[in-house]
Design a protein around this ligand. Structure first.
Ligand SMILES: Cc1cc2nc3c(=O)[nH]c(=O)nc-3n(C[C@H](O)[C@H](O)[C@H](O)COP(=O)(O)O)c2cc1C
Length: 332
């Protein structure tokens, strides 16, 4: 039986990819992930804020070095950032990871507007990344900002990154767009080779006891797989881009679902954080077992069987089914 698949033009031994998380920030973990069967790994993101902080620190140092060299000692390290890793150390992580692993290492850039951080794509390519994942995480709190404004800015970033590197570039998309399918298609015409469906928006909660907002990170729940599954199924076979289904993938049955919907690869983070890295083995073994039982010899035979493009009953994906589900519930 062959679990081989292609993602972003890369040949992978199976469809399981460890998505960006602190797990992939350490070389030891990366080796464990590879040993446990991950076919590729996305490194945690290098954030726009980290790159801009470093650029600012360099400017400040130059200004103050000219006026008062002692003042330099007062500057905080540019290496501080969301993950405590500055750009140089991140590039070094990419270099060490690609040297240490046989499987492809995908670097991740995370930002929301066109600025100097985009140039880092070139550094990541030189450091040996097999591909680049762009996570454009933006919460449009400005009520005057239109969907078109946001999409134009995203496209500007994609254009700039694709013009900088020869690597395949995938976009980790938000599902909160007015037309996911149309924007996904446009991204591809701007050079994106792959789409990660979807990025997970971290939303604050409200603590009623303390009358305050809370921002504790909770791992995803299994039911969150439905939205990525829906859009994987709608896009599969209708875009030349590789598709990665991501968010809510918890069990090997979930992996099977994503592939039936049409995913080229399936990404997971929360499941690995909840169990441990070796859970990757369980996911791969469960997929093999399922295929074995149904006598599928390769992924191509099953991939996309239940996608929109190949579905006998497309109404299941549409408004018609909305009414049917509500009626069935009311009758029960
Ligand atoms: C602790 C933690 C850190 C994460 N860091 C990143 C990151 O640096 N860049 C990124 O694109 N996604 C990051 N993610 C998001 C995951 O890659 C993934 O998209 C999300 O957790 C949904 O997938 P899951 O349901 O398999 O967890 C992070 C998630 C967690 C839980």
């Amino acid at each position: 039986m062959s679990l081989k698949t292609k993602y972003l033009g890369l040949d992978l031994s199976n469809p399981l990819v460890a998505s960006a998380s602190p797990l992939s920030a350490k070389l030891d973990n990366l080796r464990l992930l590879e040993d446990a069967g991950a076919a590729a790994i996305v490194l945690p993101s290098l954030f726009q804020e980290q790159i801009e902080a470093e650029a600012q620190a360099i400017d400040d140092r130059q200004i103050y070095a000219n006026s008062s060299p002692e003042a330099l000692t007062y500057f905080p390290s540019a290496a501080s950032g969301p993950y405590g890793v500055g750009p140089e150390r991140y590039v070094d992580l990419v270099r060490r990871a690609t040297e240490a692993l046989e499987i492809p290492v995908i670097a991740s850039l995370n930002g929301s507007s066109l600025a100097g951080w985009v140039d880092y794509a070139g550094h990541l390519e030189k450091a040996g990344a097999a591909a680049l994942e762009l996570n454009m995480y933006h919460v449009p709190t400005n009520l005057m900002e239109t969907g078109q404004d946001i999409e134009a800015r995203y496209l500007e970033i994609v254009d700039a990154v694709c013009a900088t590197v020869n690597l395949p570039v995938s976009i980790k998309l938000t599902p909160f767009l007015s037309s996911v399918g149309n924007f996904a298609t446009t991204l591809v015409t701007h050079g994106a080779s792959g789409l990660v469906l979807f990025n997970r928006l971290l939303q604050p909660d409200i603590d009623v006891a303390h009358l305050s907002l809370t921002d504790v990170l909770e791992l995803s729940q299994p039911a969150e797989i439905r939205l990525p599954l829906l859009w994987t199924a709608i896009l599969a076979g209708r875009t030349p881009a590789s598709l990665a289904t991501s968010t809510g993938v918890t069990t090997s049955a979930d992996v099977v679902k994503c592939l039936l919907a049409g995913a080229d690869v399936v990404m997971t983070t929360s499941a690995l954080l909840r169990h441990d890295i070796s859970y990757m083995k369980t996911l791969v073994a469960g997929l093999k077992h399922w295929m074995d039982e149904r006598e599928f010899a390769s992924l191509c035979e099953m991939r996309g069987m239940l996608s929109w493009a190949r579905s006998a009953d497309r109404s299941l994906y549409t408004r018609a089914n909305y009414l049917r589900i509500l009626e069935r519930y009311a009758d029960a």
